[in-house]
Design a protein. Structure first.
Length: 168
């Protein structure tokens, strides 16, 4: 019986270690441990090229995302700058209309200036309210689009991938 157990034993320490490992694997009942480890084979040129292409595609995709995000941020900044011109525009247009109208009606200068001041203050308040409403709507839209963009960028669900492959 002992001869069967030590069959192939050449007296070296490595052979003794293999026997001990095999015994442990058989005791633990782990089938993966009983199989000898396969040395990793070197990657073929095709696999290396595919890995290189995949990494390059990932880097390019990240760059594209950064460019798009930067472009989107610049677009939002330009829109904000344009919205800041709403109040001065309203004041300018209303003031021009009031001045021309009062000039054509031949108002006195002191009376015209007082009315113009009142009209410009009212126009400034109205322009500020209009600007506030535009900014509020834009803020809400930007956050809705950002939330939608996060969902879209996460990709297809696994079930959609399978359906797409089945449909060709």
């Amino acid at each position: 019986m002992p001869d069967d157990f030590y069959n192939g034993f050449d007296g070296s320490g490595a052979a003794m270690n293999r026997v001990g490992e095999n015994m442990q694997a058989e005791r633990s009942g782990d089938p993966a441990a009983s199989e000898p480890e396969q040395p990793k084979r070197p990657k073929t040129a095709k696999e290396l090229e595919e890995e290189k292409n995949r990494k390059a595609a990932e880097i390019e995709e990240e760059r594209r995302r950064k460019r798009e995000e930067k472009k989107r941020q610049n677009e939002l900044k330009n829109r904000r700058m344009k919205r800041k011109l709403i109040t001065p525009g309203v004041v300018l247009v209303v003031g021009a209309i009031a001045s021309i109208t009062m000039f054509l009606k031949e108002f006195e200068n002191s009376r015209m200036l007082i009315w113009l001041l009142v009209i410009l203050l009212i126009a400034w308040i109205a322009g500020s309210l209009i600007q506030y409403m535009f900014e509020k709507f834009a803020y809400d839209n930007e956050h809705e689009m950002a939330e939608e963009g996060e969902v879209i960028n996460k990709g297809l669900a696994p079930s959609d991938d399978v359906k797409a492959e089945e449909n060709g």
